[in-house]
Design a protein around this ligand. Structure first.
Ligand code: SF4
Length: 76
């Protein structure tokens, strides 16, 4: 599960790094920045909550799916 912030959407309200300092910190411009690219074990629920708390919907949580591609022989 990967965490990112859309810079062009972030207005620097600071809710993310104020309420979820385990996951976010302010950058040099006062905008939110994830502390980790990958959400640490046990903090997925907190990350989902952070997504809902951003007034600009700037926080993006991406679930990486296992590779389900098939081998060349199976693609017939
Ligand atoms: S809560 Fe949203 S808009 Fe505010 S600083 Fe964090 S990412 Fe940016």
């Amino acid at each position: 599960m990967e965490l990112s912030i859309l810079k062009r959407e972030c207005c620097g309200h600071g809710r993310c790094f104020t309420y979820f300092p385990q996951l976010f910190e302010p950058d040099e411009e006062g905008l939110g920045r994830p502390r980790f690219e990958t959400v640490p074990a046990g903090q997925a629920q907190l990350a989902r909550l952070a997504v809902t708390e951003c007034p600009e919907r700037a926080i993006v949580l991406t679930t990486t799916q296992p590779d389900r591609s098939v081998s060349g022989e199976d693609q017939r």
